[in-house]
Ligand binder design. Sequence first.
Ligand SMILES: Cc1cc2nc3c(=O)[nH]c(=O)nc-3n(C[C@H](O)[C@H](O)[C@H](O)COP(=O)(O)O)c2cc1C
Length: 152
Amino acid sequence: MGKTAIIYASMSGNTEAIADLIEKGLNEAGSEAEKFEAMDIDGTVFTEYDHLLIGAYTWGDGEMPDEMLDLYDEMDDYDFEDKTIALFGSGDTAYDLFCGAVDLLAEKIQQNNGSLIMESLKIECFPDGDQEEACLEFGRQFARCIQSAVRS
Ligand SMILES: Cc1cc2nc3c(=O)[nH]c(=O)nc-3n(C[C@H](O)[C@H](O)[C@H](O)COP(=O)(O)O)c2cc1C
């Protein structure tokens, strides 16, 4: 089935909480993942893992946060054509560019031959209430995508 990595950047814990819930959803649907903080890894993760869930909070004026910047720049050295990819993030709708970093990641993946298997998950601050279930379901749905790709 291939290996799944959940990669995230989080300063105050909201995006980390989303990553944890996505992993829980994946597990519920019978898949496993390894989770990494973006600043602890480099681009080799893009060759070692077949399925990628990548998440970031948004900083500045719709900008990529510092913790994700190196990995974001390194994406230009890789080809994402054969990868299963979905994106997630936490933001705040009080800002003009809600979850702008998620959109920047999507553009970068597309520039490097990749495509997204699911619509990106954008969470308002902390994933509570209905948003908690949305994160779990995102994980379950991603698991179903990679499982059905194996069967077909
Ligand atoms: C200085 C600053 C700038 C921000 N800019 C944006 C922004 O442009 N768009 C957005 O959606 N959220 C923005 N946010 C909100 C954060 O992305 C949001 O608080 C998020 O939940 C933080 O996630 P974390 O807990 O994973 O660090 C900004 C927050 C701060 C402190």
